[in-house]
Design a protein around this ligand. Structure first.
Ligand SMILES: [Zn+2]
Ligand SMILES: [Zn+2]
Length: 135
Protein backbone atom coordinates (compact mmCIF):
# COMPACT_ATOMS: atom_id res chain seq x y z
CA UNK A 1 0.00 0.00 0.00
CA UNK A 2 1.47 3.36 -0.96
CA UNK A 3 0.57 6.66 0.66
CA UNK A 4 -0.57 9.32 0.00
CA UNK A 5 -3.66 7.62 -1.41
CA UNK A 6 -6.11 9.68 -3.46
CA UNK A 7 -9.87 9.78 -3.10
CA UNK A 8 -12.71 11.67 -4.80
CA UNK A 9 -16.49 12.06 -4.77
CA UNK A 10 -18.54 10.71 -7.66
CA UNK A 11 -18.40 13.96 -9.69
CA UNK A 12 -14.77 14.78 -8.85
CA UNK A 13 -15.56 18.18 -7.30
CA UNK A 14 -14.12 17.06 -3.97
CA UNK A 15 -10.76 15.27 -3.84
CA UNK A 16 -8.43 14.33 -1.01
CA UNK A 17 -5.11 12.75 -0.16
CA UNK A 18 -4.93 10.24 2.67
CA UNK A 19 -1.37 10.50 3.98
CA UNK A 20 -1.21 7.35 6.11
CA UNK A 21 -3.26 4.27 6.95
CA UNK A 22 -6.50 4.62 8.92
CA UNK A 23 -6.38 3.89 12.65
CA UNK A 24 -9.29 1.46 12.30
CA UNK A 25 -11.95 0.40 9.77
CA UNK A 26 -15.44 -0.25 11.18
CA UNK A 27 -18.71 -1.53 9.70
CA UNK A 28 -21.82 0.04 11.30
CA UNK A 29 -25.16 -1.73 10.98
CA UNK A 30 -27.34 0.97 12.63
CA UNK A 31 -30.49 2.17 10.88
CA UNK A 32 -29.02 5.64 10.25
CA UNK A 33 -26.07 4.10 8.43
CA UNK A 34 -28.35 1.85 6.41
CA UNK A 35 -30.24 4.96 5.28
CA UNK A 36 -27.03 6.85 4.56
CA UNK A 37 -25.36 4.08 2.57
CA UNK A 38 -28.60 2.83 0.95
CA UNK A 39 -27.24 -0.56 1.89
CA UNK A 40 -27.15 -3.03 4.79
CA UNK A 41 -24.33 -1.20 6.60
CA UNK A 42 -21.84 1.63 6.22
CA UNK A 43 -18.06 1.45 6.39
CA UNK A 44 -16.06 4.06 8.30
CA UNK A 45 -12.29 4.57 8.40
CA UNK A 46 -11.11 6.38 11.52
CA UNK A 47 -8.42 8.80 10.32
CA UNK A 48 -6.32 11.32 12.24
CA UNK A 49 -7.45 14.80 11.17
CA UNK A 50 -3.91 15.84 10.20
CA UNK A 51 -3.43 12.66 8.11
CA UNK A 52 -5.81 13.82 5.37
CA UNK A 53 -5.98 16.88 3.08
CA UNK A 54 -9.16 17.92 1.24
CA UNK A 55 -9.63 20.04 -1.88
CA UNK A 56 -12.92 21.44 -3.17
CA UNK A 57 -16.08 22.79 -1.58
CA UNK A 58 -17.76 20.68 1.08
CA UNK A 59 -21.35 21.14 2.28
CA UNK A 60 -22.26 20.59 5.95
CA UNK A 61 -25.08 18.83 7.80
CA UNK A 62 -25.34 17.61 11.38
CA UNK A 63 -27.63 15.75 13.72
CA UNK A 64 -27.60 14.75 17.39
CA UNK A 65 -26.98 11.09 18.12
CA UNK A 66 -28.92 9.18 20.78
CA UNK A 67 -25.94 9.60 23.11
CA UNK A 68 -26.15 13.39 22.76
CA UNK A 69 -23.02 13.77 20.64
CA UNK A 70 -23.13 15.88 17.50
CA UNK A 71 -22.68 13.76 14.39
CA UNK A 72 -21.53 16.27 11.75
CA UNK A 73 -21.25 15.35 8.07
CA UNK A 74 -19.36 16.78 5.09
CA UNK A 75 -20.56 16.02 1.58
CA UNK A 76 -20.13 17.18 -2.01
CA UNK A 77 -22.68 19.93 -2.78
CA UNK A 78 -22.84 18.87 -6.45
CA UNK A 79 -23.19 15.08 -6.43
CA UNK A 80 -24.18 14.64 -2.77
CA UNK A 81 -21.56 11.97 -2.08
CA UNK A 82 -20.90 11.78 1.69
CA UNK A 83 -17.16 12.27 2.30
CA UNK A 84 -16.71 12.14 6.08
CA UNK A 85 -18.33 12.48 9.49
CA UNK A 86 -16.87 14.01 12.63
CA UNK A 87 -17.73 14.95 16.19
CA UNK A 88 -16.89 18.65 16.80
CA UNK A 89 -16.07 17.76 20.43
CA UNK A 90 -13.43 15.27 19.20
CA UNK A 91 -11.45 17.32 16.62
CA UNK A 92 -8.43 14.99 16.45
CA UNK A 93 -10.01 12.44 14.14
CA UNK A 94 -12.59 12.09 11.39
CA UNK A 95 -14.72 9.22 10.16
CA UNK A 96 -13.88 8.95 6.47
CA UNK A 97 -16.36 7.26 4.10
CA UNK A 98 -13.64 5.18 2.45
CA UNK A 99 -15.61 3.96 -0.59
CA UNK A 100 -14.49 7.30 -2.08
CA UNK A 101 -10.83 6.13 -2.12
CA UNK A 102 -9.34 5.32 -5.52
CA UNK A 103 -8.01 2.06 -4.04
CA UNK A 104 -10.70 0.48 -1.88
CA UNK A 105 -8.67 -2.63 -1.11
CA UNK A 106 -7.70 -1.21 2.32
CA UNK A 107 -11.30 -1.04 3.53
CA UNK A 108 -11.77 -4.38 5.22
CA UNK A 109 -13.59 -3.78 8.53
CA UNK A 110 -12.04 -5.36 11.63
CA UNK A 111 -14.99 -4.39 13.86
CA UNK A 112 -18.77 -4.53 13.35
CA UNK A 113 -20.94 -2.28 15.53
CA UNK A 114 -24.71 -1.91 16.09
CA UNK A 115 -25.05 -5.57 15.17
CA UNK A 116 -28.37 -5.50 17.10
CA UNK A 117 -29.84 -3.65 14.08
CA UNK A 118 -28.18 -5.63 11.29
CA UNK A 119 -30.07 -7.19 8.39
CA UNK A 120 -30.81 -10.86 9.12
CA UNK A 121 -29.29 -12.12 5.84
CA UNK A 122 -25.86 -10.61 6.52
CA UNK A 123 -23.39 -13.02 8.15
CA UNK A 124 -20.67 -11.39 10.28
CA UNK A 125 -17.25 -12.66 9.06
CA UNK A 126 -15.06 -14.78 11.34
CA UNK A 127 -12.37 -13.10 13.39
CA UNK A 128 -13.77 -9.57 13.70
CA UNK A 129 -14.77 -7.64 16.83
CA UNK A 130 -18.57 -7.59 17.28
CA UNK A 131 -20.54 -5.05 19.31
CA UNK A 132 -24.33 -5.09 19.80
CA UNK A 133 -24.31 -1.28 19.97
CA UNK A 134 -21.58 1.36 19.96
CA UNK A 135 -18.03 0.01 20.33
ZN1 LIG B 1 -19.16 15.45 -6.16
ZN1 LIG C 1 -24.22 3.67 12.14
Amino acid sequence: MTYPMRGACQCGGVTYQLLKPPMKVIACHCRECQKLSTSAFSITALVETDAIEFQGELAHWERSSDSGNINAAKFCPTCGNRIYHFNPADPGRIKLKPATLDDTSIIEPTAHIWVSQKQAWFQIPEGVEVFQEQS
